[in-house]
Design a binder for this molecule. Structure first.
Ligand code: ADP
Ligand code: MG
Length: 244
């Protein structure tokens, strides 16, 4: 059988901020439908790598990104959006005064105005996608009435409506309770089963091992290695992250 082709592939990515080298020749690959953990201590370059992939930062030199069969000299936010790359940022980028249904059905058009769909269709879209995620919320309540955990689910639902192929989650469980974390992990499994790749950053090492297929470890802007998660233990991950 032919080797499966990566969904996302970056090679030799370096990023410099003033005098600081945030990434030094990092390569990174994600397979379709894979759950992939990006691990590293604070300041190791995880968020910077996500921002290169989503077109927020342009890498130095000759780095190339390939995604879903297309090769990019560098990614732009518009190209990333169009290609099906989505990020659930910690600050979520949702509309707290708008309803759950509006938040899910509104697709951001980078550099343009959000597009509105008709009201009945919008609610039906929102209800269906939340059901796929094993969640039901009052579609008419403003988002501000919901917890961070529920808002994250709304952000994931919105990514699904936008036909995401890969979803990045940068420390999604940092402020969640254990029950909320478990629900989010179930949602990650559902996404993966539907063929959507999930790349997430988390410092909860037991949950990382449980949920991930593979993990990429960064230390001080450099790639340490890529490992099958099931072969890892929390203490081994800590050794790889710290070099001690
Ligand atoms: P992580 O997400 O792993 O904690 P980051 O990618 O946020 O790490 O940061 C990697 C390094 O790059 C750190 O030294 C950080 O201070 C630096 N850095 C990140 N973003 C910027 C920026 N916009 N300007 C200057 N330095 C930055
Ligand atoms: Mg970060």
């Amino acid at each position: 059988a032919p080797a499966p082709r990566p969904l996302l592939s970056l090679s030799d990515v370096s990023v410099t901020f003033g005098g600081v080298k945030a990434l030094k020749g990092v390569s990174f690959e994600v397979m379709p439908g894979e759950v992939h953990c990006l691990a590293g201590e604070n300041g190791s370059g995880k968020s910077t790598l996500i921002k290169v992939i989503t077109g927020v930062y342009r890498p130095d030199g000759e780095a190339r990104i390939s995604f879903d069969g297309e090769v990019y000299d560098h990614m732009t936010p518009v190209a990333a959006q169009a290609a099906g790359i989505r990020v659930i940022w910690q600050d979520l980028a949702l509309f707290p005064e708008m309803s759950v249904a509006e938040n899910i059905a509104f697709q951001e058009v980078v550099g343009g105005r959000p597009r509105r769909v008709d009201h009945g269709a919008m609610r039906e879209t929102a209800r269906k996608v939340l059901a796929r995620l094993g969640t039901s919320l009052d579609l008419d309540l403003p988002l501000r009435d919901y917890s961070i955990a529920r808002r994250q689910i709304v952000a994931i639902a919105r990514a699904l409506v936008g036909e995401a192929k890969i979803i990045f989650m940068d420390e999604p469980t940092a402020s969640l309770t254990q029950a909320e974390t478990n629900h989010l992990l179930d949602i990650v499994r559902t996404l993966s089963r539907e063929g959507i790749a999930v790349v997430f950053v988390s410092h909860r090492l037991a949950e990382v091992i449980e949920i991930s297929d593979r993990m990429t470890v960064l230390r001080d802007g450099r790639l340490v290695g890529v490992y099958p998660a099931k072969e890892m233990t929390p203490s081994r991950i800590t050794e790889l992250m710290t070099g001690r």
